[in-house]
Structure formats: structure tokens, C-alpha cells
Design a protein around this ligand. Structure first.
Ligand code: ZN
Length: 221
């Protein structure tokens, strides 16, 4: 069992299932990879074996990975196709995570029409920060935004008001196929500005409406 940490340092003893992720949920990111904007959320899953704590050192599980900084939701109540009334209320905490991607391999898999798991769902492919209880966030998710600074320069900036599929619509769509259980995670998609991580890169992630900050350095080995 993976123990999520609250900002206060206590553990949240939730069994952790899957992360349901969405591709191309910001128009500018779809454009930067020359992908069309989807009519329906493009969903994929990272298993719990992909989860690692986003520590002060980021040890990459394989070389040449790309970062995608994403707001992550921790689900605290079951949501299913039959029981998804007011799905925002099922979110118990938020954090930022890195949807680590082997972009070269993903491009090869896409060209062959194959699934992306080998490029996105491998062990360690989802570093997650400490969890911030939802009551510390502004009530309206449209007011949430986050930033990645890479080596001191603002590189990614996400505003949830810009989501092609906003949180409520996204959750309702997810549960048509994948029931969400307490301890599951939802990744809400990356804004533009993705790129490759190099040893020694320093990353500072922040949720702008809060004191939440996380600094990490890519380990060189
Ligand atoms: Zn992503």
C-alpha cells in the first residue's frame, strides 16, 4: 500500500488503486504535439505501481523522459455511472504530479496504433506531491491554477478554467467506463510547455492559490 502524505505530514491510509489520466485536455498542449483536439476525453490509466512520492530528488526510472505537470485529484468517495451526483464533492485532496512520458516510444506506439502503456504506465511513471486537503483550495475549480518553473523559468502554467473537459464533465465521463474508488487518483491533463528532463534540472511546482510548493532536482547517475 502506498501511503499518501498530507501537507501536515500525517499519512492518509487509503488503499490506492489506479490513476485515470486524460490526454489533450488543454488546447495549447494538443497543438504543441500536433494532435487534434478530441471530441471526447482521451483517457488512459496508470496503475498503482507507477506511483512514487515526488521527493526532493527525482530519480528517473529510465532516461530521456518528458515531464507533463498536472493537477491530480485524490478521490475520497465512490463514483460510478449510477452514482455520480455532484462528483466534485468526491474529491478529498489535490496535488501536482508529473505524468512522466517516454515520448519517443509513445510516438512509435501511436504510429503503430498500439496502446501507450509501455510509454506512460511503467514503474515510477507518476511522481505525486504531498496532498493538500480540498478545503484549502478555492471553492470553484475554475479559480485553480498551477505553475512549473524549470531551472528558474516559468515553463508550464495551467488554469483549470481552460480545460477542454472541466472537472465535473471529466469525472462524469470517466465513471462511464472506470468506477472511481476512495484512493484512486485522477490526473487532469497537462498544459503546454512539456519537454525532456535532464540530470540536474531543478523543478519548482506550485499551486498558485495556496502555499503549496514543491522543489525537486533530477538526479544524475
Ligand atoms: Zn499527461
Amino acid at each position: 500500500m502506498y501511503q499518501h502524505q498530507w501537507v501536515s505530514g500525517e499519512s492518509i491510509l487509503l488503499p490506492t488503486g489506479k490513476a485515470v489520466c486524460v490526454g489533450r485536455n488543454y488546447a495549447a498542449h494538443a497543438a504543441e504535439l500536433n494532435n487534434p483536439v478530441p471530441e471526447q476525453p482521451l483517457l488512459f490509466i496508470k496503475p498503482a505501481s507507477a506511483f512514487v512520492n515526488l521527493d526532493e530528488q527525482l530519480v528517473l526510472p529510465r532516461p530521456n523522459l518528458h515531464f507533463e505537470t498536472e493537477l491530480a485529484l485524490l478521490i475520497g468517495a465512490q463514483l460510478s455511472a449510477d452514482h455520480a451526483h455532484d462528483p466534485i464533492k468526491a474529491i478529498t485532496a489535490v496535488t501536482l504530479g508529473l505524468d512522466l512520458t517516454d515520448r519517443t516510444l509513445q510516438d512509435e506506439l501511436k504510429a503503430k496504433g498500439q496502446p501507450w502503456e509501455r510509454a506512460k504506465a511503467f514503474d515510477g511513471a507518476l511522481p505525486l506531491g504531498t496532498w493538500l486537503p480540498i478545503n484549502q483550495m478555492p471553492e470553484n475549480p475554475n479559480d485553480w491554477s498551477f505553475t512549473l518553473e524549470l531551472n528558474g523559468e516559468r515553463r508550464q502554467h495551467g488554469e483549470l478554467s481552460q480545460l477542454l473537459f472541466p472537472l465535473e464533465a471529466l469525472l462524469l465521463e470517466i465513471v462511464q467506463n472506470f468506477r472511481l474508488e476512495p484512493g484512486d487518483v485522477v490526473l487532469t491533463g497537462t498544459p503546454a510547455g512539456v519537454g525532456q528532463l535532464k540530470p540536474g534540472d531543478s523543478l519548482e511546482l506550485s499551486i498558485e492559490q495556496t502555499e503549496w510548493r514543491h522543489k525537486t532536482v533530477v538526479a544524475s547517475d
